[in-house]
Design a protein around this ligand. Sequence first.
Ligand code: SF4
Length: 940
Amino acid sequence: MTQLRQKYERLLDGVMKPGRYLGNERGAVRKNPKDVALRFALAFPEVYEIAQSHPGLQLLYDILNRRRDVYAERSYAPWPDMEAALRRAGLPLVSLETFTPLADFDILGFSLQYELTYTNLLLMLDLGGIPLHAAERGARDPLVIAGGPCAFNPEPLADFLDAVLLGDGEEAVHEICDTYLAWDGRERGDLLRALGRIRGVYVPALFRPDYDDQGRLLAIASLGEQTVVEKRTLRDLNDVPTQETYVVPTVSIVHDRPSLEVMRGCVKGCRFCQAGYIYRPLRERDPARVLEQAEVAVKATGCDELSLLSLSTGDYSCVNPVITEVMNRFASRKIAVSLPSTRVDALAAPLLEQIKRVRKTGFTLAPEAGTQRMRDIIQKEYTEAELINAAKQIFDLGWRHLKLYFMLGLPSETEDDLRGIAELSARVAAAGGFKREVTASVSNFVPKPQTPFQWAAQIPIEEIEARQQFLKRELARRRVKFKWHDARESYLEGIFSRGDRRLGRLLSTAYSLGCRFDGWSEMLRMDLWEEAWRRCGIDPDNYLRRRLLDEVLPWDHLGSGVTKKFLQRELALAFERTLTPDCSIERCTYCGACDFKAIRNVTYHLRGAKGGEHRGPTVDAWARDTVPGTAEGAWEPRGWHLAEAKKQGIDLRPADSIDQSGSTAAAAEAHTGRIPSAHASEAGKARADGNAEEWLNAGSSALVPRATQHDQVRCRVRIRYSKLDLARFIGHLELGTVFFRAARRANLPVAHSQGYHPLPRFSFGPALTLGVDSDCEYLDIELTERLPATEVAARLDAELPPGLSILEAREVGPRAASIEGSILGFRYAVQLDEETEVADLDDRVARFLQSEEFRIHKHAKGGDRSVDARPYVSQLQRTGERTLLVTLLFGPRGTIKPGELVTALLGRPRTDAVRLRVHKLETFFRPEAGESLGSLSAEI
Ligand code: SF4
C-alpha cells in the first residue's frame, strides 16, 4: 500500500487541486483492512468538491464504519487531468483512505443523485479495474450496487449494476453487508438472488424488458421471485443514531457545512418534484435529537455554519423552537444557520428574525411559477401577496440579495406564464424599493419518473433556448438579474431520466468516445453524444416524448409506494387546476405510501390529520419555553397555522393586491388562445374540456417552429457522379438545388438539419470550376432510413438532368471523414486549343519540373493574387501533342486551378485559361484505416 501511495503522490504535482486526492482529512476513518471481514467503497461519480458535500454519503460512511467487521472508504471521480495522469502511469482508481484499487473491494456502492453523472460511473468502474458490464463480473469482482433518487429508474444503468437499493439506506445497507458476508463466495448468481430477497433491493439481472417489433416496451418480465420491487422506508428517523463521524475537507467544497436532517419526505405534493413522491411519507425528527446532532457537528468540525436539511425545512413542525435554540447556543460563537431554498408560504417573521442573528447575505425562495394558473397546475399553494410580504420581510430585516427559483417548460406553459415570471420578479424587486438585488434563477422542467408529470413531454433544446431568450429580454427590461440552466444538459437529463435499458449501449459508447462530467457545461460534448446515438441507432428525441397513460413505463416494476393510480389522479387534478391537501394536517388522499401500521406520517404537530402520529404534545412545554411568550401551539410553523385555519374554513392569507383569480387567468388564456380547451367556469376557476390525456396531448405552446427538431440520421451514402457537357456550366450553389429537388422527386428519405430553416443534409466535395468536365465529383447524402446505396444511386440518377449521372455509390460510416477532409488531390487532362503554340511545350514543362518556385496569378474572391504553384503540382506531363496531364494536391489551403497553371506555363494571360478544355479524371482520397496509398504514393 505504501508503494502505491508513493506512486500516487508522484502524480499530484502535475494535477489541479491535488487536495482532492489526498484522503488526509480530519475525521477520515482509519482501520486496518486486515481486521475487517468486508471492505466497502462508497463511490460518488463526481469530483471531490461535490461528492464530499453530499450528506447522505457521509451518513452511510458513519453508519458502516460503526461496524467492527466493515471498513467503509470513499472514492470519487477523478478530474480529467488526474484521469490522464492515472492512465499514463498505468495506475487504477483507488480509495481515498488506503489507496486501495476499487477492484479489491468487496462492495462498491454508488450514490446516484443526477443522471449526468452516469458516464462518470463508468469511468470509475473502468479506471477501478472492474468489468463495466455486470454480466462480465465473476465471483472475485466487487459487487456493484447503487442508491439515491436515480434508483427509481435505474434502467439506463441496468447493464452495469448488480443491484440497486430503492429508498432509505440506513437499515438496508446492513442487510446487504450481512447477505454478502453470508455468501460462500462461489456463485455470483447465488449472491444476487439472496440480495433480491431484501426489501428494497432490485437486481436488474432478475428482470427482462420485452419489446415489440416497433421497439415499444411491452412488459418487464420477472425472472425471479419478485414481480415488483417496493422501496425501503425507514419507519422513524429517530432510529438512526446520531452521526459521529464528520470528515472535514482540506480543500474548499460546494457545501462546506454540516447538514442536520430535520425531516425526510414532503407531502406538499408539488407535481413536478420527484423527491416529494419517492420519499413519502413525512417523517420528522425529534427536535432534541436535532439539537444533539448540532452539538456533535459543531464539535467535530469547528464549522461556522449549520444547515437544517430537508425538502422543505420551513415546514418542519419544530422549526421555530429548534432554530431559536440553535441560535441561543451558537450565535455567540458566530455560527450561522442556513436553510435550503424555502417554500414561500412557510416563511414567518420569527423564523427570519432568528436566521438573521448571525449572518444575512443571500436568501432563496422557490416560487417556481409566475402565474396563479401555473401555480395551481403544479400545486404551489402560496399567493402572490404572500410572496411579496415574504420578500418585504426579508428586505426589511437587512438581506441584500434575494434569489427566486422558477421553472420553465412546465406542461401547458404559455407565453403569459413566462412573462409572469418576469412580472412577479419585478414586483418582488419593487418590494425592496429596487435597492436590493433580485435574481430570477430559472431551471428547465425535466419530467421525472414516479411523479404526476412523468407522462408529460419535455420541450426540445431549441424551444428551451427560445424561452430563455424571451425571459432574458423580459427580465432585462425590468432590471432583474437572470440565471438559467444549460438547455443541452436538461436535454440529456431528460433522455436518461425516463430512459430504458437500451440506453446502456448509448452510455458505454459515449463513454468510450470520451464523454465525462456531462453535468459541467464546459465539459459537455454534445458532438460526442450525437456521434454515440448515431452509432447506436438511437433516436434521443423519442425519450422526451409524452407517454400514453396506459403505456408500460420502464420503471413500472419499481415501487415508490405511491401508486400509479394516484399519480394519474394528480395529473387530472393538475389539468383541472385543483390543489390536493397536505395529508399531514388536513386529510389522507390515499397515495399509497403509508400502511398506517408501521409506516405513516410522523410529525411533531400538536394534532394533525388522522392516521399520522403527532408527537407535538410531548415537546409542547419545551417548545413554549424555547420560544417564550407563545401560547399552546403558537410555536408551530406558519404553514401549519394556514392549513389548520383552512380546515376550519378561515383564510389567513393576505388578500392579493392584484387580481389573480381564475377570471383573470381565463381572460389571459382567451387572449393568447394557448390553453387547450380552457374556459372560465362560474366559480371563476378555469376548467378544461376533455381530460388529462388530451391536455397532455395538446402540449405546451412553442416559441419556435416544430420544424427545428433535428432528424435522426440512419445512414450516409457517398455518391460519385459525373458533370459533363452542358452540365459543366451549372454553378456549385445551383448544383445543390438541382440535387435537392432530384432527391425529393425520387422520394428519398433525406435527413434535414435543425434550426429555423432546416436544410437537406447534403455535403458536396470542393466546388468544381465552372466549365470543367468531371467524372469524379462526390456528394454525401444523409438519410433517415437505411436504404441500399445502389438503390439511392438508381433513384437519384433517374431524376437528374442531362450531363449529371451517378457513377457509383457506397454507404459510409457515421464517423467517416467528410469528403473535403479526406481528399488528397485531383488529376486533370488539359486540352490546348488549336491556336496554341506548342513548339516549346516540352521545354516549358521540363523547366517547370526543375524549378523550385513558379508564380502564377490566382483568381480569388478578394481579387487576383500571386501564389507559388510549385508545391501544389504533383505531376505535370505531356501526353499528346496538345494534351497535358496534371496532378494537383489539395490541402487545408485548397489548391490551384489547372487552367491557371497551364496558361502561366505557356506564358499566356490568365484570361486565356477559358480557351482550354479541362477534364477532371480522378479524385484521390486519403486511405482509410488499413489501406495504403499504393501506386498513388508516387503521384501524391
Ligand atoms: S398514504 Fe395518505 S397520509 Fe400517507 S403519505 Fe399518502 S396521502 Fe399522506
